[in-house]
Write a protein that binds this ligand. Structure first.
Ligand code: AMP
Length: 511
């Protein structure tokens, strides 16, 4: 009895125990598949343990390990290797500019870099003098089971699993730290809510340095599903993309809205029928306009659609809305209600809870919270603060900087980021509200609104050749006159950042 309880307790302390259980059930099933190769759960475990053994032999415990490889199966094996040895991983994009890589290295001071022979040469030009592990050799190495067990026993659930770097406003990237516990809680919620089983197949879009990928990776490892890593170039070709989904029998996708919008824009469903294939369409990371979601819903009415919301700092997502009613094209889609074991506090300017439909900042409380920014106490103190509603015991909340309000159903509606809230001619305006209005126009596919502080102008970026007068006339039924864009800029293509979201930093340079 005692042994059983102990085993259960340990099971919940490290994500690799999920992998051990899954290997027992479905050893030969494909876990992850990329363009070049596939890895079964058993192979994944074996290779990861070989990498872990190398890390343990180097006396690494609770140390940062950089993964520097092209996106693919091997990156995920390396993640698991770090986890088995109770170290924590930080993936660095191979396309990242050298100056940013160096800034990350300065913050992280990694103890080890896992890479390939070819990429090691590139990495050697960065400011790093430490050790390397070459993936191809190390994944075939010997496994020290006892040492791995000892390391996992020493580790606890609040130890770090990964550090993901997001852009910092000061130019110094911030390393968001996430523990095993946070991922375990989140994935328990995902797999229960969406009833994920080994019958399921995910179509991964998110880069592995972007936290949306956590859902695909760990739901797969826990439930014994399969994740297909979709080749990046397919996201620019909707028809081949949908053909890929059909061919691989992918039934679940979790993408950024921009990727779903491209498919809706070209109405690729007319060429490829996914009605017998797709079961769940989940999205997170930016606003999903109802206009494009309505195209998806029209062609695939039986799919479960869910809008997940959250920043990296709270382990991917903290609220969700499973689409359960009709929306007109110009209505906002709710971000919904808190996930299990999560409290959302919507705080007004006086740090009190908002009343009625008052706007406030979304703040989060719960085990999903990051431990803070790695090696950056100052930035950590700014965003992770004492719960102002609890003066009695230390209790941290994360201030997201996102403005929201409740609707009449008690669901949360995302309005905009605090920094996208402007004062224009004395009016307080959420730029997101203008974007929602413009997105609802028939002709518009993607749009983005910025404020030109210097010239005091609302600037709208679109991809279509449309006159400002026409747009303003159309949206004047949706927003007040003072919110009408003062300038419209047509771009051949909206710039996207590495995560696949609209790149507002690049657009700002065009003002
Ligand atoms: P990241 O940390 O890169 O995932 O970015 C998090 C930010 O993306 C949030 O603070 C929001 O501003 C935005 N975001 C994430 N999910 C949603 C969503 N479902 N709807 C609107 N904005 C979102």
């Amino acid at each position: 009895m005692w042994m059983e309880r102990e085993a259960r307790g340990i099971m919940k302390a490290n994500v690799t125990y999920w992998l051990d259980e899954t290997v027992k059930r479905v050893p030969e099933k494909a876990a992850f598949v990329d363009e070049g190769k596939a890895v079964t759960f058993q192979e994944l475990q074996r290779q990861a343990k070989a990498l872990a053994s190398q890390m343990i032999q180097r006396d690494l415990f609770k140390k940062p390990v950089v993964i520097y490889m092209e996106k693919g199966v091997d990156v995920l094996v390396s993640f698991m290797g770090a986890a088995y040895s109770c170290n924590f991983y930080s993936p660095i994009d191979v396309d990242m500019p050298a100056s940013r890589v160096n800034k990350i290295l300065e913050v992280l001071s990694p103890s080890l870099v896992i890479t390939t022979k070819a990429l090691k040469e590139t990495f050697e030009s960065y400011e790093y003098e430490g050790e390397y592990l070459l993936f191809d050799e190390a994944c075939r190495g010997e496994i020290c089971e006892e040492e791995i067990e000892a390391a996992r026993k020493k580790g606890i659930d609040t130890d770090l699993l990964y550090v993901l770097f997001t852009s910092g406003s000061t130019g110094v990237p911030k390393g968001v730290t996430i523990t095993h516990r946070s991922v375990i809680d989140y994935i328990d919620w995902v797999t229960e809510t969406f009833a994920v089983t080994e019958e399921d197949s995910f179509g991964n879009q998110a880069p592995f340095y972007f936290d949306n990928s956590i859902l695909d990776i760990y739901s797969t490892i826990k439930s014994g599903a399969t994740t297909y890593i979709i080749p990046k170039n397919l996201f620019a070709q909707p028809v081949p993309l949908l053909e890929y989904i059909k061919e691989k029998k992918i039934n679940t996708i979790f993408w950024v809205p921009s990727a779903l919008i491209v498919v809706a824009k070209l109405k690729a469903f007319r060429n490829v029928d996914l009605s017998d294939t797709l079961k769940r369409v989940l999205f997170c990371g930016e606003v999903m306009p109802n206009k494009q979601l309505n195209v998806w819903r029209k062609f695939l009415p039986d799919v479960v659609y869910a809008n997940l919301y959250g920043p990296t700092e709270i382990t991917d997502a903290c609220t969700y809305y499973i689409v359960d009613r009709e929306f007109s094209d110009d209505e906002p889609l709710p971000i919904g209600i808190p996930m299990a074991n999560t409290e959302i506090l919507v705080l007004n300017e006086h740090d009190g809870l908002v009343k009625g439909e008052e706007t406030g900042e979304l703040c989060v409380r719960g085990t999903s919270l990051s431990m803070g920014y790695y090696n950056n106490p100052e930035k950590t103190r700014e965003a992770f603060v004492q719960n102002p509603l609890n003066p009695f015991v230390p209790e941290t909340i994360y201030r997201t900087g996102d403005l929201v309000k409740y609707n009449e159903y008690g669901e949360i509606i995302y309005l905009s980021r605090k920094d996208f809230q402007i004062k224009h001619m004395g009016h307080r305006i959420e730029l997101g509200e203008i974007e929602t209005a413009v997105s609802s126009l028939e002709e518009i596919s993607l749009c983005c609104c910025l404020y030109d502080e210097k010239r005091q102008k609302i600037v709208l970026f679109i991809e279509e050749e449309l006159e400002k007068a026409y747009i303003n006339e159309q949206i004047s039924r949706l927003v007040p006159e003072y919110m009408l864009p003062n300038k419209v800029i047509t771009l051949e293509q909206m710039p996207m950042n590495a995560n696949g979201k609209i790149d507002r930093v690049k657009l700002k340079e065009l003002l």
